[in-house]
Design a protein around this ligand. Structure first.
Ligand code: ARG
Ligand code: ZN
Length: 498
C-alpha cells in the first residue's frame, strides 16, 4: 500500500502509452518483478513489481495433525509491466489464478513462489491473485527454522522478521502494508486469535468445525499479522477511548495466570498514557495475548494485540513489557522501518518508553535509568561493539539495539530539550502514520524541529563502536560512577531478554 508511488508510476505509464508513434510497439517488453523489495539486510524479502492492498486469508487448521489448508486472495496493483512476479511463501501450492486466469507457478528458492500469469500485466493494473495451498507448517524449515510453532493444543505464527511465509503468501516486507481479513476454521472448542476486531462471532460450519473471523482496517505490515490457535480464555472490554479490547490468556498458564492478567489487563491504561506522549493511538482495537508455556520465548508487538511468551510473568506482573509492546504500536507498527537496518527506530524507542513508564510509576527516572544502563556495561564489554544504527542482519535483536538505542534516545532528548523532544516524537508518528521511516529521516526531522545540528549525537551514540565519553561533563561522570539501581531495572531487563 504505497499509494503515492503507485499513482505516480501509473500516470507515467499512461503518458508513455499516449505519446507512442503509430507503428512502434505500444509498450516496452514486460519484465519479471524483482524477487526482493531491496532491503539491505534481507535482499530477498518482499518482492518488486506490485503493491498489495488487502489479504483475504481463509484457512482450515487441524491441531491434531498440524495440517493447514487455505486459500488466500491478494488484492494488489502492478507497479510495472510484469511478465511474472514472486510471492514469499513456503507451503505446497496447488493452484494460482490471476484475475481469474489460471497461472503457472514454481519455486525459485525455499521461500520464493514464482507466478507467471497467462497474460502480461500492465503497470497500474489491479490484480486479484488467488492461491490455494496446504501443508504442515511446523515441518517446513527454512535455514533450519520455522516461524510456525506447534504447541500441545494448537499453534502460533508469531515471529519477526519472518512469520507470514508459513501461513499465507505475501509481499513480506514492512514497505508493503495492507489490510487483512483472516478466517480460520478449527474443531469446535478451539480458539483462534488474530489482529483487529471480530466482525462477527465464531460460526459453526460443517459438523464439529467452527470458523473464526478477524479483520484489520488499518495498514498492517506482514510481520505484524499473527495467528494463535489453542485453548484460550478470551476477555473483552471497552477502552477509555471507546475501542474494543480483546485479551486472550492461554488456559495452561497455571501459577503464571495471575501475573499475566495483572499485566495485560493494564493495556488500555498504558495505551491511554502513551497516547498523551506519542499522539492518538493509531489503530482500531487493543489487547494482548498471553501465549502458552510451550510457545514463544519473547514478546512481539503484533498490531492491535501483542503476543507475550510466558517468561515475562515468572517473577510477577511485568507492565514494562506491556509498555514496550504498546509503544511499538506507534514506533514499529504505525511507523515501520523502511529497511531492517533501521531496527533501532523500533527497539530504541520502545525501550525508552519503558524508562518513561518507570518515571511515571515513581520507580526510577529516565535519567537514573540512563546512568545505570551506561554504568552496567563496562567500557570493555562487547556490548559496545554492536552499533544500534547498523547492527547487521544477525544482530537486529542484540541488547545494544535495545539498551544502547534507548541511551541514544535519551542523548537526543538532552540535546534538544524536553519540549522539542516530545514535539519531535509526535511529529514523527503523525507525519509517517501507517508508513515507513529511516534513521536519516528521523535525524532530519529532529534537526528541523529543534533547530540544532544533531550529527554528532547520532554518530556517537548509534554509529560508533566503543562506549561514548560523557562529553567532559563532571557531574555526568560522577552520576554514572556509582549510580543507584532504579527499582524498575530488573523488570526492564526481563522485558529485553529472550
Ligand atoms: N520486536 C520484539 C520485541 O522487542 C522482539 C522480537 C524478537 N524476535 C525473535 N524472534 N526472537 O518485543
Ligand atoms: Zn521491541
Amino acid at each position: 500500500m504505497r499509494r503515492r508511488i503507485v499513482a505516480a508510476v501509473a500516470a507515467l505509464a499512461m503518458t508513455v502509452t499516449g505519446t507512442t508513434l503509430a507503428g512502434t510497439p505500444a509498450q516496452a517488453a514486460p519484465t519479471p518483478g524483482s524477487p526482493g523489495i531491496g532491503d539491505s539486510y534481507y535482499p530477498d524479502y518482499g518482492n518488486g513489481g506490485y503493491d498489495v492492498e488487502h489479504y483475504d486469508i481463509r484457512l482450515r487448521y487441524q491441531p491434531g495433525t498440524d495440517r493447514l489448508t487455505g486459500t488466500t486472495t491478494i488484492l494488489a496493483r502492478a507497479t510495472q509491466d510484469l511478465s511474472r512476479f514472486n510471492l514469499d511463501f513456503v507451503l505446497d501450492v496447488s493452484s494460482v489464478r490471476v484475475n481469474g486466469w489460471s497461472a503457472t507457478h514454481s519455486r525459485s528458492d525455499a521461500h520464493e513462489l514464482v507466478v507467471t500469469p497467462a497474460r502480461t500485466i500492465r503497470s497500474g493494473q489491479l490484480l486479484t491473485v488467488v492461491v490455494q495451498y496446504a501443508g504442515v507448517p511446523s515441518q517446513v524449515l527454512v535455514d533450519g527454522y520455522t516461524g510456525w510453532r506447534r504447541t500441545a493444543d494448537g499453534a502460533m505464527a508469531v515471529n519477526e522478521p519472518e512469520s507470514a511465509w508459513w501461513w499465507y503468501p505475501s509481499n513480506d516486507h514492512p514497505l508493503d502494508k495492507a489490510t487483512f481479513d483472516v478466517s480460520v476454521s478449527v474443531p469446535d472448542g478451539v480458539e483462534v486469535i488474530s489482529n483487529g476486531v471480530q466482525p462477527r462471532p465464531p460460526i459453526g460450519e460443517l459438523l464439529g468445525w467452527t470458523r473464526w473471523i478477524w479483520r484489520t482496517t488499518k495498514p498492517t505490515a506482514t510481520y505484524l499479522s499473527f495467528l494463535t490457535i489453542g485453548q484460550y480464555d478470551i476477555v473483552t472490554d471497552t477502552a477509555p477511548n471507546g475501542q474494543p479490547v480483546v485479551n486472550a490468556y492461554h488456559v495452561g498458564l497455571g501459577d503464571l495466570a495471575g501475573a499475566a492478567r495483572a499485566s495485560i489487563e493494564r493495556t488500555a491504561e498504558v495505551v491511554d498514557w502513551a497516547s498523551g506522549l506519542f499522539g492518538p493511538y493509531p489503530f482500531e482495537a487493543q489487547g494482548g495475548v498471553a501465549g502458552p508455556l510451550d510457545g514463544i520465548g519473547f514478546a512481539l508487538e503484533t498490531q492491535t494485540r501483542p503476543v507475550y511468551g510466558p517468561s515475562f510473568w515468572r517473577r510477577g506482573a511485568n507492565t514494562y513489557v506491556v509498555t514496550h509492546e504498546i509503544a511499538h504500536q506507534w514506533f514499529g507498527d504505525s511507523v515501520s522501518v523502511a529497511d531492517w537496518r533501521n531496527i533501532w527506530l523500533n527497539e530504541g524507542f520502545a525501550s525508552y518508553a519503558e524508562w518513561l513508564w518507570s518515571e511515571a510509576q515513581g520507580e526510577g527516572t529516565a535519567q537514573e535509568l540512563f546512568d545505570f544502563t551506561y554504568a552496567y556495561y563496562p567500557a570493555d564489554d562487547p556490548f559496545w561493539q554492536v552499533l544500534p544504527g547498523d547492527p547487521g542482519p544477525n544482530r537486529i535483536f542484540h541488547s545494544a539495539v535495545y539498551d544502547r538505542g534507548a541511551l541514544a534516545v535519551h542523548q537526543i532528548r538532552l540535546a534538544v530539550g524536553d519540549d522539542a523532544f516530545f514535539r519531535i516524537l509526535r511529529a514523527w508518528t503523525a507525519q509517517r502514520q501507517y508508513g515507513n521511516g529511516t534513521n536519516e529521516q528521523f535525524q532530519a526531522l529532529a534537526e528541523q524541529i529543534s533547530g540544532r545540528d544533531l550529527s554528532a549525537v547520532f554518530t556517537t551514540w548509534l554509529f560508533t563502536a566503543g562506549r561514548p565519553e560523557l562529553a567532559g561533563d563532571a557531574t555526568a561522570q560522577a552520576r554514572v560512577a556509582t549510580p543507584p539501581q532504579p527499582k524498575s531495572w530488573a523488570r526492564i531487563q526481563e522485558a529485553h531478554r529472550f
